[in-house]
Ligand binder design. Sequence first.
Ligand code: SF4
Length: 611
Amino acid sequence: MKRRLLRVNLSTGTIKGEDIPVKLAEDYVGGRGLCARYLYDEIPAGIDPLDPQNKLLFVVGPLAGTNAQAFSKWIAATKSSLTGTFSRSVGGGDFGAWLKWTGFELLLLEGKAARPVYLYITDGKYEIRDAAAVWGKTTSQTQGYLKRAHGVRARMVCVGPAAEKLVRYAPIISGERAAGRAGMGTIMASKNLKAIVIEAERKESLADPEEFRKLVQQHIKLIKDDPGFEASRQHGTIACMDHFYSAHGSIPMLNFRSGELEGWEKVSMQEYAKVTQKHVGCYACLIKCGKIRKISSGPYAGLTTEGPQFESAWAFSGSIGSTDLDATLVANYLCNELGLDTISTGVTIGFAYELFEKGILTTKDTDGLALKFGDPEPMLKLIEKIARREGIGNILAEGTKRAAGRIGKGTEQYAIQVKGLELPAYEPRARKALGMNFATANMGASHQYGWCGQETGNPKPRSVSPVADEGTGDIVKYSQDQTAALELANTCDFASLPLQLLGKILVAALGVPKFGSEEYLWYVGEKVYNLERCFNVREGFDRKDDTLPKRFLSEPLQGGIRDGEMIRKPNAILDEYYAARGWDRNGIPTEETLARLGLEEVDKDIVKFRR
Ligand code: SF4
């Protein structure tokens, strides 16, 4: 079965289809695996992420666009404008299925167009078209215009005005779903690419259709039997607002100072349920974790929006100490419209609130806004300022790490980021293995890179205490490799899918027997993780970058059921983690590790970084 890539050079306007070499496809399976290999090979080391030499890759997994459940997500990957590391971000909706039906699993964008354009793909036809009419428009205006131009059957991704201003953490938006993290939209806009529009008819080509159907039914049963299924369907990820607060004390409050907040019950999942109108989901997914919510009274009455997911809801409430649900919905809506990553936006604003509280920023710096924890109104104004790079927004548009560098006065201690990526909704002092994943993950502090559910009840390979100070380095590795293995098919996090079953489904779809081995998928997952690490090593990242913000290492958590906890032995866990990975003490994969993973040819690129 042929697997294909579409290469689009925006500088020259050339577009051509390529076969993905059979050996490459077998060695890397698909999805994130192919992302890592193509980007390692094609992005020159040391370039500025905003340079036209940077590349942006869209990839769908081999099961996208079929009836297999929760496999139609799309990944965007690049050298991040926020972190300078290899980064990938996952988006939902229908776009992944539509991309697969064009006959291409990968869409590789290179160069930079001379003026704003969008890419139009339909059966065997590819065009770069003028985007002057939508440049500067919000994401809903852009998508509305392109739907009118191409009809309701078209599916699309686009960037908002914030990306056009090169805000460093702009996402790519499809409908109201985002590939949110690490500035995928920033890179897309840096290429003067406003949108990608696809018209395609459903196509399916399976090696063994009968077996495939049987396995999909097995998977559906597993999804329905999962204890979290009903909560996911009813509440989506908002169910986490209650669970992680009361059972784990791991929701960070007030720019990660505290583990509790008075009035948190006002933003509980029951409160969100009261404003939920409808359940929506990605292509071929019975879970439908997306929620359409509507504000029915007060100053924002009538606003209807998809979301927020848990992390976004937290970013606009816990992070700034607000329990105003309506303001959270408005903030989420504004970020989707203007094209801002909700997590980085909320955490960067929480950072500004803390600087204001400490007197480091005053109303002279904030264009007259009084940033008081608990008050969400200035946050809504800051979101617009960031998107337009107006006043204080121009500094905050750089993310917390660069903003602290610009402001000075020791403010880096309040910048809650790793490698430049702001932390999501999980307190590292209350979930220490996840905290170590934040410290070491290839793209910076992403919960989706290694969830470490072993500290919240997952018994495989073994449960660990969420506050263990050491003994969890191998668990962090396990979780990161497992995620990488599942993302070889862009599997959704909520798919309840054992790797063994994924392997069988891949064989039924593609007819490649070795994909049926669970051991092989683990092996490729680990290989992909190491290749991404080598991408970062080549850029100068090493042990010095695998750390958490000082706050977690020196200040006890205040309040909540993990009151008083700190990260006490970060170096001990890091040493365990490097040992489990087969990396040296500086965090560089050893020659033996690369050989074991079939990455011998990478050694020459990183040998000089070993100590
Ligand atoms: S669970 Fe949610 S995010 Fe995952 S595929 Fe289904 S609808 Fe999409």
